[in-house]
Design a protein around this ligand. Structure first.
Ligand SMILES: [Zn+2]
Length: 455
């Protein structure tokens, strides 16, 4: 085990906002009427502000269904499943998970009204649905149907194969390849190897898959190449993107907004459809590399900072919860108790990654993330992927790609054994990442599911 380095000095606030693929995880909460407030929130990170501006200024206001307020490329939600949530939670535990995990700071107040014996959920502009709490006289119910299984619900496995009968989906973040520059997950120093997050995550996924299979898991890859999962392209999304814009709409803005709709929203929605309707795994492992502001991708800034964190779905903001689809997705996670599995999974995997990498925890200063759980590594944050995927999601953000040591290790590529980097013998960064994730999953399921006793 490598010893974690001392916690680094507090980073600049803008860097915090940028981190965790910052421009990737746009809070889908900003509406035309709140543009000024939203720009204030993001002040200090011009790249992030501009990206958020593209997506932010109009969201939620262009639904064809005037009565529905839905986020970009989303459908108006069905609320039928709420009927299955009657008596799932006692009042006190509902308030606890709502206030501490999903909607801190009373973020849900305008759309969720808690009475003595129920929660009333706004399911339309003038429509509320009442969900009664469990009580002394009404036994608790399991909540909405789910396809994924908790570790405790899996059949017993042999100690040597603790992932047996477990279906894991690996989601290599982003696209890479020819799309890397469009998705702003690309930089290059001189004539050295370009750094492309989507290529790195796919390489880690390819190393991780056989490690998990060797421990008995069934593994599905959400992508196996740098080709998009979505059949859409910026051109086919141009009309939707244009309709989402207002004000000074010029050709450049439409192009950038169409690209964002493609690689950010449509692509993740397509992966979510694969997870929820076809694969139905027990968990999804989203692989990412982190980054801080690197400036010009052709002349990027390398920095000394390097860190690790993981993200469990939660910490919704009041404006996000104004959207019917977002509110429905949050409540479905809450009532399905997804966080009860996702949080310890994230904690265990982050700890295992910290052990193999020696990385210190990252610290958020922005209000869209909240540190949660026992250890220092896991934050609750509402990302499109960890919200849309209905299974528990482990969302990993180790290694700052534009930190000097990570850049050096990326340049070294994959290799067997150890090599010296800055005087320290280390495995390839791809092997180290894959090994940390595999060790974390083995540890989690070895301790949380029944293990067959052998003579
Ligand atoms: Zn990423």
């Amino acid at each position: 085990m490598r010893r974690p380095q001392p916690t680094e000095a507090k980073h600049r606030p803008f860097a915090k906002i940028k981190a965790a693929c910052g421009i990737a995880k746009i809070r889908p909460a900003f509406q035309r009427s709140s543009t000024a407030a939203f720009i204030g929130l993001c002040a200090g990170n011009s790249m992030l502000v501009s990206c958020l501006f593209w997506i932010g200024v109009n969201l939620g206001l262009h639904s064809d269904l005037a009565a529905q307020k839905v986020s970009p490329l989303a459908k108006a939600p069905s609320w039928d499943w709420l009927a299955s949530c009657a008596h799932t939670f006692k009042r006190s535990e509902f308030l606890q998970i709502l206030n501490e995990h999903y909607a801190p700071g009373d973020a849900g107040a305008a759309h969720l009204r808690v009475t003595d014996d129920s929660v009333r959920v706004r399911t339309g502009p003038d429509q509320w649905t009442e969900v009664p709490f469990a009580s002394e006289t009404t036994p608790q119910t399991p909540g909405p149907a789910r396809f994924w299984r908790k570790a405790s619900e899996l059949p017993a496995a042999p100690a040597s194969r603790p992932l047996e009968n477990l279906h894991i989906a690996i989601d290599p973040g982003h696209l890479g390849g020819d799309w890397a520059q469009m998705e702003a997950r690309y930089f290059q120093i001189g004539k050295t190897q370009p750094v492309m997050e989507g290529d790195l995550t796919l390489q880690v996924a390819r190393k991780l898959k056989p490690l998990l299979e060797a421990k008995g898991a069934r593994v599905s890859m959400l992508r196996s190449s740098d080709e998009p999962v979505t059949p859409e392209r910026p051109k086919s999304l141009r009309a939707a993107a244009t309709a989402d814009l207002s004000g000074n709409v010029n050709a450049d803005r439409i192009r950038l907004h169409s690209e964002l709709f493609f690689y950010r929203i449509s692509e993740i929605r397509a992966r979510a459809m694969a997870v929820n309707e076809r694969l139905k795994p027990d968990l999804v492992v989203c692989l990412h590399f982190n980054a801080e502001e690197w400036g010009n991708p052709e002349d990027p800034q390398l920095i000394p900072r390097n860190h690790l964190h993981a993200l469990v779905n939660g910490c919704y903001g009041a404006r996000e919860l104004e959207w019917d689809d977002v509110r429905a997705e949050m409540l479905e996670h809450l009532f399905a108790r997804t966080a009860e599995e996702a949080l310890p999974l994230n904690e265990t995997l982050a700890e295992a990654l910290a052990e193999v990498s020696g990385l210190p925890p990252f610290t958020y200063f922005s209000s869209n993330a909240k540190r949660i759980g026992e250890g220092p590594y896991v934050y609750a944050r509402n990302l499109l992927a960890n919200r849309l995927y209905k299974a528990p999601v482990v969302f990993l953000e180790p290694y700052v790609m534009n930190s000097s040591p990570v850049w050096k290790r990326v340049q070294m590529g994959d290799y067997r054994g150890l090599k010296s980097v800055d005087g320290e013998s280390v495995p390839s960064i791809l092997s180290e990442y894959a090994s940390g994730v595999a060790q974390g999953l083995v540890r989690y399921y070895s301790t949380r599911r029944e293990i067959k006793q052998t003579r």
